[in-house]
Design a protein around this ligand. Structure first.
Ligand code: M6R
Length: 369
């Protein structure tokens, strides 16, 4: 049942405020984050972890990249993110103090399942972030942290992605508390951010109309670029993946600072570039750098579509279109910024007359290696 929407993807994008609310439910207790499934692993085990490897594919790997920033910041453990299908072919250094966190919406992705099994055989603690109750990966893992985003039908992942980021952040906060690395004010601020996130998410979802108009004139576009910095970088990769998957348009995401090392040569007159602009309040330095990246591409003819925090006027002289989102904290920005990018892919796919929910050559769950 599409609930009155034209596609499951549209319905699932609109469900994101609830999806986040469901991931958070019961896990914010008296101003702390508490995940009973992690507590069951035993606090000494959580304290001894000296390295975390996040394994996932596709969209789930971008959620993993975003989660890594937060886990390192709050739990002070080095985190690396690796595609599941690369992980076990390089003889990774794994010890009984390594924790592998797999991220998978379906819990059945064969590449990720095989990587989890490889980790289990080497005595590593395995935690599964999964959206599908009792799927194979969470059943095989030592602990399962379910995202509870509800069933996702469209091949293009949307609400599962924001729920995965939320779950990884909760894991970072839980680990930080247990390990004594999380400052009380940082914890209080993160909890405050979470409490207001579903409401802000609803505002992000409301960008639909603006994005639909934007997509209208771009129906013939052959290539779109996405730029971001820090947590905005994986969000840019996700924006590009969505567009490839359902609109069959060539798209690439770049770390904004990497532009001058090569990709800026791609910028030609009229090239559309989405730029995820960090908050000038919470990340003034990064904000200034991204504004200068925008100036560089604008000077070379790019058509700049900036996703900004409400009230950010510094970018206005250099942009063609501006999408405004509610104020949030730097780490929480990509959860909101990705929403207009999801709408954009959906609207371009629709404008091209494509099947939004069932793109060619793709399956919802990839159960072959
Ligand atoms: O079920 P999973 O989260 O393990 O799936 C991983 C990827 O196959 C998946 O995210 C894929 O990239 C999506 N179609 C993206 O929209």
């Amino acid at each position: 049942d599409k609930g009155g929407w034209s596609s499951f993807m549209a319905k699932e994008i609109s469900e994101q405020p609830d999806a986040i609310g469901n991931t958070l439910r019961g896990r914010l207790v008296d101003g702390h984050v508490d995940i009973p499934e992690l507590t069951e692993l035993g606090e000494p085990r959580l304290r001894e972890v000296d390295r975390i490897i996040i394994i996932a594919c596709g969209t789930a790997s971008y959620a993993g990249m975003i989660g890594a920033y937060a886990i390192e910041q709050w739990a002070r453990v080095p985190v690396q993110v690796e595609l599941s299908h690369e992980f076990r072919y390089r003889d990774p250094v794994l010890t009984d103090r390594t924790m592998v966190i797999s991220v998978s919406q379906s819990g059945e992705t064969m590449d990720t399942l095989m990587a989890v099994k490889y980790a289990i055989e080497r005595g590593v603690t395995t935690v599964s972030v999964c959206n599908t109750q009792s799927a194979t990966i969470p059943r095989e893992s030592d602990a399962a942290v379910y995202t509870h985003a509800g069933p996702e039908v469209a091949v293009a992942s949307t609400k599962a992605f924001v729920a995965q980021i939320t779950a990884l952040y909760l894991i970072g906060l839980h680990l930080g508390r247990v390990r004594g690395t999380l400052a009380a004010d940082a914890e209080a601020e993160a909890v405050r951010q979470f409490e207001t996130l579903p409401e802000k998410m609803a505002e992000a979802v409301a960008t639909h109309e603006q994005i639909a108009q934007l997509a209208h004139w771009m129906a013939d576009t052959r290539s779109v670029l996405f730029l971001g910095r820090h947590v905005g970088y994986p969000a840019a990769l996700e924006g590009a993946l969505k567009l490839k998957e359902i609109a069959y348009i060539h798209a690439e995401g770049f770390a904004a600072g990497e532009l001058k090392h090569g990709p800026i040569a791609l910028i030609d007159h009229g090239q559309p570039v989405f730029v995820l602009v960090p908050s000038p309040r919470t990340s003034p330095l990064m904000h200034a750098k991204v504004v200068s990246n925008i100036q560089e591409i604008r000077a070379r003819g790019a058509r700049v579509i900036a996703i900004v925090e409400k009230g950010d006027t510094a970018v206005l002289p250099y942009t063609d279109d501006v999408v405004r989102l509610p104020l949030s904290d730097a780490l929480f920005d990509p959860i909101l910024q990705v929403v207009p990018l999801q709408w954009f892919a959906l609207e371009l796919s629709t404008a091209k007359g494509l099947d939004v929910d069932q793109p060619r050559n793709l399956a919802k769950s990839v159960t072959v290696e």
